[in-house]
Design a protein around this ligand. Structure first.
Ligand code: C2E
Ligand code: MG
Ligand code: MG
Ligand code: MG
Length: 284
């Protein structure tokens, strides 16, 4: 019996591995053409001020409309794009499109928000990130202070002197920088002295169970205190209920993002949200 189970498990794993290898190849091959075929799109997730509930930003999150596999989340293809270096042109497209969309909303007379774009460590390594961002800003005519760049702790520790120069130059233009998934990446806080970032995005893993977990609440409180004393803002990610939002408010967190406040959505749906910000509906 045990032997049978073992064999079945073995067969299951090889089938799973073949399926994975097959998907990996399909994705890797498809990525090359996806840009020219216009298969990428951005979804936008609202970011709100915890105290007022006001929408002040959106995080741009890439999606891939794969011809056979359907709409793919970044978890399915970003690391493959990083391994192959294709993240560089893809990331350039994301920056251009996010800036264009944000400027277009402003041109429509919708409230001014910041647009947050995720950067991969690989984009820093290539070295022309400064030029890519400057070009995206110039072509869209977006005010640099409306662009926020999110990077993870790992991007900051690798080859930090080049990264630091790029961050400093972009910051001097007015671009905002935030550390994504803060608290999960690297055990040293030394980089916070060198990189003058603006915001810490508290990782979902500390936020999700904050109402039940005293240690999660302690970690979030400590991150908020650290951020305050360094003059940085905090954004909590992964708010899935009102209870969690209330808890974050009492922790003193500045901004929030999560399914409870709005899922990532297509540009048209996000514009609807912005229209309601300008024209508040009368209370029934
Ligand atoms: P991230 O930057 O930490 O983005 C937050 C992720 O959490 C998003 O997943 C978002 O949909 C999800 N999320 C937001 N609120 C909630 C919530 O309340 N509950 C739960 N369970 N999840 C929530 P998504 O869109 O699948 O993106 C995953 C990751 O892929 C991102 O994590 C980011 O690291 C990466 N990514 C997304 N877009 C880009 C991009 O344009 N370039 C690069 N380099 N990476 C990207
Ligand atoms: Mg992010
Ligand atoms: Mg995050
Ligand atoms: Mg993440």
């Amino acid at each position: 019996f045990a032997k049978d189970a073992g064999r079945n498990t073995y067969r299951f794993f090889t089938e799973q591995m073949n399926a994975n290898a097959d998907e990996y190849l399909r994705i890797r091959t498809g990525l090359r053409q996806a840009l020219e075929r216009g298969e990428f799109l951005l979804h936008y997730q609202p970011q709100i001020v915890v105290d007022s509930g006001r929408v002040i930003g959106a995080e741009a999150l890439i999606r891939w409309n794969h011809p056979e596999l359907g709409l793919l989340a970044p978890g399915r293809f970003i690391s493959i794009a990083e391994d192959s270096g294709l993240i560089v042109p893809i990331g350039e497209w994301v920056l251009g499109e996010a800036c264009r969309q944000c400027a277009a909303w402003q041109a429509e007379g919708l409230p001014r928000i910041t647009i947050a774009v995720n950067l991969s460590a690989v984009q820093f390594k290539r070295g022309d990130l400064l030029e890519v961002v400057t070009r995206a800003l110039r072509q869209s005519k977006l005010d640099p202070s409306c662009l926020e760049l999110e990077m993870t702790e790992s991007a900051l520790v690798k080859d930090s002197s080049t990264v630091m120069k790029t961050v400093e130059r972009l910051k001097s233009l007015g671009v905002i920088f935030s550390i994504d998934d803060f608290g999960t990446g690297y055990s040293s806080l030394a980089y916070l002295k060198q990189f003058k970032v603006d915001k810490l995005k508290i990782d979902q893993s500390f936020v999700r169970e904050i109402t039940q977990s005293a240690s999660d609440a302690a970690i979030v409180t400590a991150i908020v205190a650290l951020a305050r004393s360094l003059g940085l803002k905090t954004v909590a990610e992964g708010i899935e209920s009102k209870e969690v939002l209330d808890c974050l408010r009492s922790c003193g967190c500045d901004e929030a993002q999560g399914y409870h406040l709005g899922r990532p959505m297509p540009a048209g749906a996000f514009a609807e949200i912005l229209r309601r910000v300008t024209n508040p509906q009368p209370v029934q």
